[in-house]
Design a protein around this ligand. Structure first.
Ligand code: ACO
Length: 463
């Protein structure tokens, strides 16, 4: 255990102990045994309870508050693993050995270089766009750069000159003494353009998943930098994926503590069953569209306030409440107005969300060190107590993953408009893993709706 981050591991282990004490983890037979199609299940509105496929990637036991990735408990992974290992685990089904991990990390690092995509992003006024819209835009550009799918018979050339404009971009930061302007296309950063259709990058292959995991972090960091009026920064080979993400986003080398906390946050968000964005990615992939489109669509689904967009709304809500002393009155008013409290409640969890069990103590730990987030943390803590004693008792509603995550990002100097893109930086691992798994035995998703309209209307336009 590294000395600087030992306290974080201890907090996670403490949360795990508490979870074990308060819940007993048992698999539910209906959701953990092989399916013989067709199956019978009880389906509620919003496909609640519907079973869409089998998976070996992950399992959420909502009644017990249990989250498993490929057989490993989430607390175990947070305490002793890294985001790179977890992403590899989700994609390949096993924890990588040291050689595999080294290779995977190298690929992620190399694929974080997307200079052409970054340059194109910067040519658009993304600072005026919603950050999730900007991320989708970036993924679209990356798809074009990586697949060349839409250019029939055109062979893009590698000899794209560095324009005088690009030459004039000053190297704002020089992480490792780059000899060239950061936008020069290096061999390793530039995928050789395809010579024929059959050479197109197989869009549903593992390599595309790696590129997307690296690319979403790179694009998000670029968006963050451009919105702050700065130029993007290239990654530093000395840093982990989480560390590089923070570095590329803030322009500041993160401390070991910050790197570790971001790593834990990424692990916690990496996969979560058939949630709306994962399902969206799978639906798009099931049409044999391509994985860049799938991930693009997943980002769109994630952006909604009922899903990943809730983390930003929590920040707005806590600011609006204004202090712990206002929590009770605010909740009373919210109830009268039938307004949902952001960052609480979940379709599957009817027990405390294990991810919030880790994020809550981490936010508290950071609030003890950071006076800027302390008031917001106090409000959040008071709100949690109020929710647990009212909605918790009445409706099994507790804080979810989005309740405390923003406070953690805020403590690291990240602005609220980036909270949801950060969610995507992590969840892209789960999205890609689930798409790959589903495509092995693909069947297009196609549920039905019950028609309640009329049958016998006439236009009455004839003579
Ligand atoms: N605040 C107040 N009441 C709530 C909340 C909430 N956040 N969430 C659910 N309830 C109430 C509902 O009004 C409903 O009450 P009723 O039975 O009297 O009608 C009851 O609890 C059951 O909730 P549903 O609406 O059936 O829950 P559903 O599964 O449809 O929605 C959801 C789940 C969207 C997460 C909901 O809890 C919510 O809106 N939460 C706030 C937004 C949020 O935090 N989203 C992030 C979820 S985690 C993630 O996606 C990463």
């Amino acid at each position: 255990m590294r000395e600087e981050t030992k306290e974080i591991t201890e907090l996670i282990l403490e949360a795990a102990k508490k979870a074990r004490k308060e819940t007993s983890s048992e698999p539910e037979p209906g959701f953990t045994q092989p399916i013989t199609w067709p199956i019978q299940c009880t389906v509620g509105p919003g496909l609640e309870g519907a079973i869409a496929c089998e998976t070996k990637i992950g399992y959420v036991n909502g009644a017990k508050g249990w989250l498993i990735y490929r057989g490993y408990d989430i607390f175990e992974l947070c305490a002793y693993s890294t985001f790179e290992e977890v992403s590899y685990l989700l994609l390949h089904g096993q924890i990588p050995n040291s050689r595999q991990l080294k290779g995977f990390k190298k690929k992620l690092f190399d694929y974080t270089h997307i200079p052409k995509t970054k340059r194109r992003i910067m040519s658009f006024p993304i600072e005026e766009m919603n950050t999730m819209a900007a991320l989708r835009f970036g993924i679209g550009l990356m798809r074009q750069q990586q697949t060349y799918r839409d250019i029939e018979g055109v062979i893009p050339t590698e000899s794209v000159p560095i324009s005088s404009d690009e030459d004039s971009i000053p190297m704002e930061t020089i992480p490792k003494g780059e000899p060239h302007a950061i936008y020069q296309f290096k061999g390793k950063a530039f995928k050789r353009p395809p010579k024929s259709g059959s050479e197109l990058l197989g869009s549903e292959d593992m390599e595309s998943c790696y590129r997307l995991i690296a690319g979403v972090s790179s694009i998000t960091a670029t968006i963050a930098r451009v919105r702050q009026g700065h130029l993007p920064i290239e990654p530093d080979p000395e840093l982990s994926h989480a560390g590089n993400f923070l570095y590329m986003m803030t322009g500041r080398k993160p401390s070991a503590l910050e790197e570790r906390i971001m790593d834990v946050a990424l692990i916690l968000h990496a996969d979560h069953g058939m949630n709306a964005s994962t399902f969206t990615a799978m639906v798009v992939a099931s049409t044999l569209s391509d994985i860049y489109f799938s991930i693009d669509a997943a980002v769109a689904a994630l952006s909604g306030p009922l899903h990943g967009g809730a983390n930003q709304r929590v920040h707005e809500m806590l600011t609006e409440i204004g202090g712990p002393e206002n929590v009770r009155a605010w909740c009373k008013k919210a109830k009268e107005e039938k307004r949902k409290i952001m960052g609480v409640g979940h379709r599957v969890y009817k027990a405390y969300d294990p991810r919030a069990r880790v994020l809550g103590p981490l936010a508290e730990y950071l609030a003890g060190k950071n006076r800027h987030i302390k008031p917001l943390f106090k409000t959040a803590h008071a709100l949690e107590r109020e929710v647990c004693s009212s909605l918790g008792k009445e409706k099994c509603i507790f804080p979810n993953v989005d309740f405390y995550s923003g406070l953690i990002y805020s403590a690291m100097g990240i602005s609220p408009d980036l909270y949801t893109p950060i969610f995507a930086v992590s969840r892209v691992s789960g999205w890609t893993a689930r798409v790959l798994e589903y495509l092995k035995d693909n069947r297009i998703f196609r549920p039905r709706a019950v028609y309640l309209g009329q049958f016998d209307k006439k236009l009455n336009r004839g003579v």
